[in-house]
Design a binder for this molecule. Structure first.
Ligand code: ACO
Length: 489
């Protein structure tokens, strides 16, 4: 029977529970656990209900008597590997040896298809059911209903801010939107056709040299200071990268505007004394940023956690994360979707294009996901945003091609059998283009949205006593010992 240790504040209980394998015990802070009898009453409700995660960083730990019995056919020996939250620890495999000098069994998992690298309480995804939740809240309850900055707070702090927290958070972020004037000079040095994502990655890394105090990565106050700076400065770096490419003078932040409104201001302001964003477009940007705010252990977040695990400051780790996001299989996909739609050219060409995809010549960009094997809930929300934006901007002619690609793909056995559905990037690019953003800015917009997620995951990793420097093993398949000609063996 599982044994569960639960602690809250000063209290700690050891419980032997039959049927209770776990639940989202992080709902705990809302429970009255200050007294054992209250806690026990709550446990009755938890009985028989099962779901992780429990986060060590939040002071909860769990052990279990459930085990996986492994018999090694080479030696005939059996091992009992503890199962916690449906997982075994890979390090427990190391005891499986054929002899004393055997290194021990490794697990081999290229691309981490079945390996959890951390315990996390931030984002929950059920890819089979198409569920995405931030800190327990379904994405459709947040996007468009809470501001992006409130969602950022939620990801970072675990709960929605109250009114005064929300106002003071927005105020803090607005007061960190300016960058040092030397950052501008630094951006000036880039070639006129430099990709804005390249500029963003480089300037994020460069911020490390402006804030050397950020190296105190285990000091929570210092961490929080960098969190505010990074979220505040991202739209400024992004907009400056854009204006540099266009040869336009930089537009400075306006701290009277919302986060999304100020971004539009820095992108678009020309000679008018004060820029007023269109409320529909401002809202659309806010929703799109929210949809991108976190997505558990995706490629760029894994880069953030992995690079930060060496102890570097968050500017360098965020630069690594942004670099990972730039790839066409990740955040660069929305840029590729637009290129693809342009290449298809017209609705009539869609069947021919699908044929090429099915033959393996091409991939249908914006389709498929490592985790979602049903539908991407963000794609559904984005389609609603698209309708609102097109009311203001006029319909993007590429939308008809996208809709036809989606229609055919969703009926075709090639896509159905592989569980390939439109992902968040299939429609986001069409909206961004209708709003007048150049294609090269799409991954930059994604990066602005993802920054709170990267930072929340970084802080969680830094507080997790189980984490160490990320350093995978390998299975060496090269030459055994060799000698240069003439050298004795
Ligand atoms: N078009 C056509 N076929 C595809 C696609 C696609 N977009 N995606 C996967 N497949 C096929 C593969 O060819 C493979 O077929 P096979 O079994 O006959 O060999 C099968 O589906 C499984 O594909 P994998 O590459 O193993 O799937 P994986 O989980 O590794 O890849 C990924 C996920 C990278 C997202 C992939 O679906 C892809 O390349 N999509 C296009 C790029 C894209 O839209 N990326 C954005 C992802 S969302 C984000 O980062 C925000």
């Amino acid at each position: 029977m599982p044994v569960v240790y639960l602690s809250h504040g000063r209290h700690r209980w050891r419980m032997i529970l039959s049927g209770l394998v776990g639940r989202d015990l992080l709902a705990g802070p809302s429970l009255a656990w200050d007294r054992p009898e209250n806690f026990l009453a709550e446990v009755k409700d938890l009985w028989g209900v099962c779901r992780p995660p429990i986060d060590t960083a939040y002071g909860l730990d769990m052990t279990t008597n459930d085990t996986l019995r492994v018999t090694d056919s080479r030696t005939g020996r059996s091992y009992e590997l503890p199962i916690v939250d449906g997982a075994i620890r890979a390090i427990d495999l190391r005891q499986i040896k054929t002899s004393d000098d055997d290194f021990g069994m490794l697990s081999y998992d290229p691309a981490f298809q079945n390996t959890a690298s951390c315990r996390s309480a931030i984002t929950f995804i059920d890819g089979e059911k198409g569920i995405l939740r931030y800190r327990g809240y379904p994405i459709d309850a947040l996007a468009g209903k809470a501001s992006f900055l409130d969602v950022a707070w939620l990801l970072l702090r675990g709960d929605m801010p109250d009114k005064s927290e929300s106002a003071s958070w927005a105020h803090q972020i607005a007061h960190h939107t300016y960058v040092h004037e030397n950052v501008k000079k630094f951006i000036d040095g880039f070639h006129h056709d430099a990709h804005p994502m390249g500029i963003l990655v480089s300037t994020l890394a460069a911020l490390s040299t402006f804030y050397p105090e950020a190296k105190a990565v285990h000091d929570r106050d210092c961490q929080d200071q960098q969190v505010v700076r990074l979220i505040g400065k991202m739209p400024t770096l992004a907009a400056f990268a854009y204006r540099h490419a266009r040869g336009l003078p930089y537009a400075y932040p306006d701290d009277e505007l919302s986060y999304a409104g100020n971004f539009l201001n820095m992108m678009r302001k020309m000679t008018e004394p004060k820029y007023s964003p269109d409320p529909v477009l401002e809202h659309a940007i806010d929703v799109l940023l929210t949809l991108h705010a976190d997505h558990e252990q995706n490629c760029s977040t894994n880069a953030m956690r992995g690079v930060a695990s060496s102890g570097v400051d968050p500017y360098l780790a965020a630069a690594a994360a942004a670099a990972a996001l730039y790839g066409p299989l990740h955040g660069g996909a929305n840029e590729q979707v637009l290129n693809m739609l342009r290449e298809v050219g017209s609705v009539q060409n869609v069947p021919g294009y699908i044929k090429r995809v099915k033959s393996g010549e091409l991939r249908l960009m914006g389709f498929g996901h490592r985790v979602y094997k049903n539908f991407d809930p963000r794609a559904t929300i984005i389609k609603g945003v698209a309708d609102e934006v097109f009311e203001v901007t006029g319909r993007n002619p590429l939308l008809d091609i996208a809709l036809e690609l989606e229609r055919i793909a969703l009926e075709d056995d090639y896509f159905v059998s592989r569980k390939l559905y439109p992902n968040v990037d299939f429609y986001s690019g069409i909206i961004y283009q209708a709003m007048g953003f150049p294609v090269a800015m799409f991954p930059v917009l994604f990066a602005i949205g993802r920054m709170p997620g990267w930072l929340a995951q970084w802080q969680e990793g830094a507080a997790d006593s189980e984490q160490k420097i990320a350093r995978p093993r390998q299975i060496y398949v090269g030459e055994t010992l060799r000698h240069l000609d003439g050298e004795d063996g």
